[in-house]
Design a protein around this ligand. Sequence first.
Ligand code: RNT
Ligand code: ZN
Length: 424
Amino acid sequence: MKPYQNKEALEQAYGLAKEVYANIGVNTDKAIKAALNVPVSVNCWQGDDVTGFEGSQGLSGGGILATGNYPGRARNGEELRADAEFAFSLIPGKKRFNLHMLYAETEGKKIGRDELEPEHFQKWMTWSKKKKIPLDLNPSFFSHPLAENGTLSSADPKIRQFWIRHTIASRRIASAFGTNQGSPSVNDIWLPDGSKDLPADRHSPRLRLREALDESLAVPLDPKTVTDAVECKLFGIGSEAYVVGSYDFYLGYAAKNQVKLCLDMGHFHPTELISDKISAVLLFTPGLLIHFSRGIRWDSDHVCLYSDELREVCREIFRQNAPDRIDLALDFFDASINRIAAWTIGARSLRKGILDALLEPTKLLVEAEKAGKNHERLALMEELKTFPFATVWDKLCLEAGVPVGTDWLAPIGDYEKNTLSKRT
Ligand code: RNT
Ligand code: ZN
């Protein structure tokens, strides 16, 4: 434990930090416990650059791109599960695992994406039960010959029907996950349909998408087993001018049909923040799914960090008293760095954000606001930034039995040497 001489030194530092927070009415022990209890869905696709097990050469089309060629990508279910388990040993708190339909295991048989069944995810379900890691799922509308010219909004009824069957298959499989794990699996619908240049007809694809979604969601499934969500986006590579499933489209759809809206941190104009949307959207939808990610210029999928906006999103979740209505998931894919480190950095940054939110003396801030003392509110917010958060975070890691500070880097190095480097 390099950041401290020994465990006692950390405990001693924590004792002092605890006092500092107690002085503003915050119980750090309680905050740590609560922070560890919030589930975070870890994205399986960071483990293999969104390649999946269909035998493809990797992610294609879909307006998203995994760049980089760091050695050691997981090549099959066994490797991906082993990598995830190892990452989980470095990430504190409750975890889920988020799959894509691309990760079906069909024993070498070619099965159409519209014909996938729960049995093709049997290995995942057995693993999930054994490791007590609940699963989430996403239909896969990219890296497929029928996804080149639109999917659920395609003008070709045959192509549209194919993707409707795929969406229904995905919901059914998610529902089987839910039954297996005894709690709902989140099935998130994101599709890349859009146009590179100015469309003349913006209406028809949206009309078709609405109908296709209606058809896909009409199949009744037990809400105790599956939660439906729809994900919006501003633009993608090759869909710079127009995205069928825009924010307005899905906000309307989610409100009207009472499904969850997925807000991805990287899916908006760089100055448009999702933290401000949470309190508004929650008034009209059953809840939200948040994709924690980091947009940089044109890319929406960099590893999320403990940024101002990540912290603000986490605070809003708790200020709205809505952790039960908001599902938290990671969504990034960086193929240029050690993939297990990417998972660890992203997941730890989100857990930090959750802890930070639970350490906020919200009552004090609101009281200052109500009293019209906005200078006091601002001063408090500013002072809180330099509170001894790091020590409370280190104590959380100690409590969770995961490495403290950067101590997780050494096991990553070992795993790279002993396991990843052997994958050629
Ligand atoms: C893409 C969306 C979507 C994907 C995953 C792989 O822009 O964010 O959530 O990243 O489904
Ligand atoms: Zn996303």
